[in-house]
Design a protein around this ligand. Structure first.
Ligand code: NI
Length: 266
């Protein structure tokens, strides 16, 4: 059974067939699934999916590229959503300097990252962190917020193996998805090589980041076995060991996901 820790089934790319795809997941051994909010709107749609499907849980949060939707009022609303019984994490939150080069907007990103970290700490939920081209500032904001007291994952990890150790020292997991199968993924392959399996989570970030041999197509959680196979090859483990250890890691981090939620019952 595969625990999918990062999906966006409310994305418009699933507009026509999300029901078909979702109902097929438990049949393919993929359950539970965390659908991750990235804006105020997708926090709503993630919670709606979690209400509709037993095996889906929601992360509530605003992605650095969507912070223009945040103000005190919407932040208050977001804070309320953390009380939803199927809200199991605050995310995805963080910094993205790849898409945002403007210094004043980057400063806003740091501000709302910090606020959402504090929110997670106050409601005792783990965080799902998105960080791109912003390694140094991500660590800085996390250290200032005492992120070692907030469990979490660095999702779609893209930095060096050395930096991964810094996050691990703070107690963080490293999210590994389709990128690990790409031919140019040397850095991530080294990271996976050096990390203990006990610190790795499986994720797709679907509909994005389809693994080889489907790179560039719409991704969904049924492709996770390709990611598992690659990690197993890198680490000299069996696919079953990778799948099971990552599953235990995910249940340990997302402690509000009910063990036994692997039933396909709706
Ligand atoms: Ni995502």
């Amino acid at each position: 059974m595969i625990f999918e820790t990062h999906a966006h089934y409310d994305d418009e790319q699933f507009h026509d067939d999300s029901e078909d795809v979702l109902l097929d997941l438990p049949k393919k051994g993929i359950t539970p699934v965390i659908n991750v909010g990235a804006s105020i709107e997708s926090t709503k749609t993630s919670l709606a999916l979690a209400e509709k499907y037993d095996f889906i849980y929601a992360a509530v949060g605003v992605h650095p590229s969507d912070i223009d939707g945040l103000n005190e009022e919407s932040f208050m609303w977001l804070s309320e959503q953390t009380k939803h019984k199927k809200a199991v994490a605050v995310g995805e939150i963080g910094l993205d300097y790849y898409w945002e080069k403007e210094g004043s907007v980057q400063e806003q990103q740091r501000y709302w990252f910090q606020r959402q970290l504090e929110l997670a700490k106050s409601v005792k939920l783990p965080v799902i962190i998105h960080s791109r081209d912003a390694a140094e500032d991500t660590l800085k904001v996390m250290r200032e917020a005492h992120a070692e007291e907030i469990p979490g994952v660095i999702h779609c990890y893209s930095y060096s193996p050395e930096l991964a150790q810094e996050f691990v020292k703070m107690g963080y997991y490293i999210g590994v998805g389709g990128v690990v199968t790409f031919k140019n993924a040397k850095k991530l392959v080294r990271t996976v090589e050096e990390l203990p399996m006990e610190k790795i989570l499986l994720e797709t970030d679907c509909p994005y980041m389809a693994p080889e041999p489907f790179r560039g197509t719409r991704n969904d959680s049924r492709n996770i076995p390709y990611i598992i196979a690659k990690i197993a090859e890198i680490k000299g483990l069996s696919p079953e060991e990778v799948e099971e250890t990552a599953r235990q890691n995910a249940f340990a981090l997302f402690h509000q996901v009910a063990v036994g939620s692997d039933s396909a019952k709706i």
